[in-house]
Design a protein around this ligand. Structure first.
Ligand SMILES: *Cc1c(COP(=O)(O)O)cnc(C)c1O
Length: 361
């Protein structure tokens, strides 16, 4: 077997080895069909079983109540930036956006051409280093929904407590999907790209409250409306079968490893290992973000100079700790430690950070 590295990439990202190996074993001849899954009709009984199981697992593992429907839609989280306002902002309605970082800005920019939207709070003046308290979020009358980015993948902040507001929440959970249970009663819609915690790129997973579907904007092309996806169990057109197949295996892995509460506990433990090294480094490493809002999935830290950062990245890479470079827009370092990152990988990084400090501090 080839050597697997510890891959800290922000997305696409490391996936459970068990899921990859299982897929490999099934790949060429899917369960005796004499062809692979990606070669058969999406109406074939073999694929249908995979599809229905993935939908059922999404619902079960995330603990979604019956009134929420899981949808598999191509176009990633990015298409949802447009689909959400296109569908929900019927005439007279507007939406507030919490501007918490790079992804919130993208969601807001894409919503602007689709309807009336406003900034309900912005962390821009503080360089997006924290999330707002509920009483800082200004919800205007006539607001249909408040959009939040529950975990900012690039800035490394998250809502540790969910906002208390008088309107339904819509959340982009891409980079912390299925790593914590959510209070469903607060949401009309939750979405995320699959490639950060759930599987290969190629789809967004959307949970929509069924009671809102009837009131959505009917004046859109079919694929852009949620209704046809709900009515056809995400088989309105050919779905990304490969991604859905692997996602089902990842969901089974999450379930077998204790489900969301175990993922949440592991995330807390793993992220604490790294934040403790940062805190204990006497300023050799720094976390730019407010302690209570630190992401448990994307641990962002800086070193004192660009030169030292480059050295850290080169040496960690050589040590088999891959993709620790911060996003090109912010620099520094970022360790993305999604569900499938084993604790051993985080321990190896923590040890490397301490040794690097000892040699260079
Ligand atoms: C990665 C990411 C996206 C974009 O996802 P795509 O599937 O590439 O469109 C959106 N929001 C957040 C928070 C992300 O981390």
């Amino acid at each position: 077997m080839s050597q697997r590295v510890f891959n800290f990439c922000a997305g696409p990202c490391t996936l459970p080895l068990e899921a990859l190996e299982e897929a490999q074993a099934e790949f060429v001849d899917f369960k005796g069909a004499g062809m692979s899954l990606i070669e058969m009709s999406h109406r074939a009984k073999e694929y249908d079983a995979v599809h229905q199981e993935a939908l059922a697992l999404l619902r079960e593992v995330f603990g979604a109540p019956a009134e929420f429907e899981p949808l598999l839609i191509q176009g990633g989280a990015t298409l949802q930036f447009a689909m959400i306002p296109l569908n929900l902002l019927t005439p007279g309605a507007k939406a507030g956006y919490v501007m918490s970082g790079s992804w919130a800005k993208k969601a807001f920019a894409d919503a602007k051409p689709c309807g009336e939207v406003y900034e309900a709070w912005s962390g821009a003046d503080e360089k997006f280093t924290r999330m707002p308290a509920s009483d800082e979020i200004k919800v205007e009358p006539g607001t249909r929904y408040l959009h939040i980015t529950s975990n900012e993948t690039i800035g490394g902040i998250r809502f540790s407590a969910w906002p208390e507001v008088s309107v339904p929440l819509v959340a982009d959970m891409s980079s912390e999907y299925f790593s914590r249970p959510i209070p469903w009663e607060k949401f009309d819609l939750v979405y995320g790209g699959a490639q950060k915690n759930l599987g290969p790129a190629g789809l967004a997973v959307v949970f929509i409250c069924k009671s809102i579907v009837e009131g959505l904007n009917p004046n859109l092309s079919a694929y852009l409306r949620y209704g046809p996806h709900v009515d056809n169990q995400s088989l309105y057109n050919t779905p990304p079968m490969f991604s859905i197949w692997i996602m089902g295996k990842v969901l089974k892995w999450i379930k077998a490893n204790g489900g969301l509460s175990a993922m949440e506990a592991a995330a807390e433990e793993k992220s604490a290992l790294l934040y403790n090294v940062v805190e204990g480094s006497g300023g050799f490493y720094n976390s730019p973000v407010k302690a209570s809002d630190r992401s448990q999935m994307n641990v962002v830290f800086t070193l004192s100079s660009d030169k030292l950062t480059a050295k850290f990245l080169a040496e960690s890479n050589a040590a088999g700790l891959k993709n620790l470079k911060g996003h090109r827009s912010v620099g520094g370092c970022r360790a993305s430690i999604y569900n499938a990152m084993p604790k051993a990988g985080v321990e190896a990084l923590a040890k490397f950070m301490q040794e690097f400090q000892a040699a260079n501090g």
